[in-house]
Ligand binder design. Structure first.
Ligand SMILES: Nc1nc2c(ncn2[C@@H]2O[C@H](COP(=O)(O)OP(=O)(O)OP(=O)(O)O)[C@@H](O)[C@H]2O)c(=O)[nH]1
Ligand SMILES: [Mg+2]
Ligand SMILES: [Zn+2]
Length: 239
C-alpha cells in the first residue's frame, strides 16, 4: 500500500513486490489518498511500468472512493495483509473495511510526509463476510533478505531479456552483447528500473553470503560439540 504524495515511489514498490512475490502471497498494489491527487489516473500511469501484471487500485480510505474494487480480493476465507510505509492509511483502511474504528490512526506531518508510527503491533481482524485482514505497523525500510525468487517475478521483462544476453551470467553492467542494456538503449526499459534490479541482485548476493557464513558458523559449532562429546567418551573409557 502506498499513497498519493511523497510515498509514491516505483523503486520502493519494486522492493515490496520482491518480498511479497517471494512470500507466496498474491500482491495487489493499493494507492491510497486519491482524494489528495489532482489527477488520480496519473497515479496508475506512474506505477504501471513496475506493476508487471499486478493489479493497481486507486482508493481513498478516508472518503471510501474505490473501496468496492477491493471486494474481489476480500472473498470469505482469504487473508489479506496490509504492508506499506507509516502513514499511508493501512489502519484507516482497516477501519473502513470493518465499518468501525478499531485501530488508532495517526496525524502525519503533511509538509514532509514524516510522522510517528501509529500502529506498533500486528493485528488480525475478521470482516463481516469472513475475510481476514492483518493491519501491520508501518515499514521504515524493506530489506529483501534472501527473497531471490521474488526478484524474478518482480522484473519478468528483465528476466526475459537476460535470456538473450551473450553471457549466461551477464550482470547487465559492462558485458558485451548485453540484451538488457540494449533494451535500455532503445528506450524499451527504464534505466532506473535496471539500476534497481542490479542493486537488489547485489543486495541478494550479500544477504545470501551472510546467511551462508551464518550456516557455516553453526555447522562448525555443531562439530565442535560433537568432537568434545567424543573426547569425553574416550576420556571416560580411559579412566
Ligand atoms: N486525505 C486522506 N488522508 C488519509 C487517507 N487515509 C488515511 N489518511 C490519513 O493518513 C493518516 C495516517 O493514517 P493511518 O491509517 O494511521 O496510517 P497507517 O498506514 O496505519 O500508519 P502506521 O500505523 O504508522 O503504519 C491519518 O491522519 C489518516 O486520517 C485518505 O484516503 N485520504
Ligand atoms: Mg496503522
Ligand atoms: Zn546482460
Amino acid at each position: 500500500m502506498t499513497a498519493a504524495g511523497p510515498d509514491l515511489n516505483s523503486r520502493r514498490l519494486e522492493r515490496y513486490l520482491t518480498v511479497a512475490n517471494a512470500s507466496g502471497a498474491r500482491p495487489v498494489i493499493l494507492i491510497n489518498k486519491a482524494d489528495l491527487a489532482d489527477d488520480p489516473s496519473s497515479l496508475v500511469a506512474e506505477i504501471s511500468p513496475v506493476a508487471a501484471g499486478v493489479p493497481v487500485i486507486v482508493i481513498s480510505a478516508l472518503t471510501g472512493a474505490g473501496l468496492s474494487l477491493l471486494d474481489s480480493f476480500l472473498e470469505p476465507g482469504t487473508t489479506v495483509a496490509l504492508i506499506g510505509s507509516s502513514g499511508v492509511g493501512k489502519s484507516t483502511l482497516t477501519n473502513a473495511l470493518l465499518k468501525r474504528a478499531v485501530q488508532d490512526t495517526s496525524l502525519v506531518r503533511e509538509h514532509d510526509g514524516k510522522g510517528r508510527h501509529k500502529t506498533t503491533v500486528r493485528q488480525l481482524f475478521v470482516l463481516e463476510n469472513g475475510a481476514l485482514i492483518i493491519d501491520n505497523p508501518g515499514l521504515r525500510e524493506v530489506g529483501i533478505g534472501t527473497a531471490g525468487a521474488g526478484i524474478h517475478d518482480t522484473f519478468p521483462e528483465i528476466m526475459e531479456l537476460a535470456a538473450e544476453c551473450h553471457f549466461a551470467d551477464c550482470r547487465h553492467e559492462h558485458e558485451p552483447g548485453c540484451a538488457v542494456r540494449e533494451a535500455v538503449g532503445r528506450g524499451a526499459l527504464a534505466q532506473a528500473r535496471l539500476d534497481n534490479f542490479i542493486h537488489l541482485m547485489k543486495e541478494l548476493a550479500f544477504e545470501q553470503e551472510k546467511a551462508e557464513i551464518g550456516l557455516a558458523r553453526i555447522e562448525r559449532k555443531c562439530w565442535k560439540a560433537v568432537s568434545k562429546e567424543a573426547r569425553n567418551i574416550r576420556d571416560f573409557k580411559v579412566r
